[in-house]
Design a protein around this ligand. Structure first.
Ligand SMILES: C[S@@+](CC[C@H](N)C(=O)[O-])C[C@H]1O[C@@H](n2cnc3c(N)ncnc32)[C@H](O)[C@@H]1O
Length: 243
């Protein structure tokens, strides 16, 4: 488990050699209730992933206690509903979710415990700190669902979908692997469409409008997608195949 980092006024962690700009808003929300605190002390150690030292690889079978058919990763799982749904429906797959927001991690733990899931692990922190510890081609699927849109122009540099992130996704996904993005924010959708299909590693798989208008049958609507729908915004799902 990575220690929460203090940030300077620009959202950068002093002393962080990478000087990555924060792509997320907050790490803590409402105070945890006693049962939620119990999950943090009792369950979290069983499901937590620690980022290995720089240059070291994550031992995936060691982490899960079995050799999975494939490894999937969800960046910014929010409340963890989609992560738990995928884990429950794909018991032969190992799933890692990354989320800096403690209350989201606790919510994910509730899903994991209530469904008795053994194939999911949680990283409380910036996904970009853990991804480098995975081997080339290690992932079959990478989900980034409703990433923070950072609407102000001066904050666009905080958007997760940037060239370095796409390069890392290209390194991690094996041939035929899937990068799945979703957003309900139109300017961010345009931003994504300007960047991902132009990346040489990714091919947009949509053939009909339903391919980007509907959540695929293997997925569920996330909490943010449901909120967007209630507020009259539509979610768009973009699925890219690793060439
Ligand atoms: C708008 S919320 C969407 C949550 C969830 N995917 C959903 O659709 O309901 C974006 C989430 O991404 C998380 N996030 C942003 N940058 C991240 C990063 N670099 N690594 C991991 N999580 C990140 C935020 O903390 C936030 O919970």
């Amino acid at each position: 488990m990575s220690a929460p980092s203090e940030t300077d006024g620009n959202g950068e962690a002093p002393g962080d050699a990478r000087r990555l700009l924060h792509s997320y808003g907050r790490r803590r929300g409402r105070r945890l209730k006693p049962n939620q605190k119990n999950l943090v002390t009792g369950a979290l150690p069983r499901f937590a992933v620690s980022a290995p030292e720089k240059g070291e690889r994550l031992d995936v079978p060691g982490l899960f206690g079995f050799v999975p058919r494939a490894l999937w990763f969800e960046v910014g799982f929010g409340g963890g509903e989609h992560l738990a749904h995928q884990a429950a429906n794909n018991p032969d797959v190992a799933l890692i979710g990354a989320e800096p927001f403690l209350n989201g991690v606790v919510s994910a733990l509730q899903h994991i415990e209530s469904r008795g899931l053994a194939n999911v692990r949680l990283y409380q922190g910036d996904a970009r700190d853990l991804l480098p510890s995975l081997a080339d081609g290690a992932l079959e699927k990478l989900f980034v669902l409703h990433p923070d849109p950072w609407p102000k122009l001066r904050h666009h540099k905080r958007r997760l979908i940037q060239q370095p992130f796409l390069d890392e996704a290209a390194r991690l996904l094996g041939p035929g692997g899937e990068l799945r993005l979703a957003t309900d924010d139109e300017p961010y959708l345009v931003w994504m469409l300007e960047r991902v299909p132009r990346h040489p590693a990714f091919e947009w798989t949509a053939r009909t409008a339903d391919d980007w208008r509907l959540y695929p049958p293997d997925a569920i609507e996330t909490r943010y997608a449901a909120k967007a729908r209630r507020e009259g915004r539509k979610a768009t799902i973009l699925r890219f195949r690793r060439r």
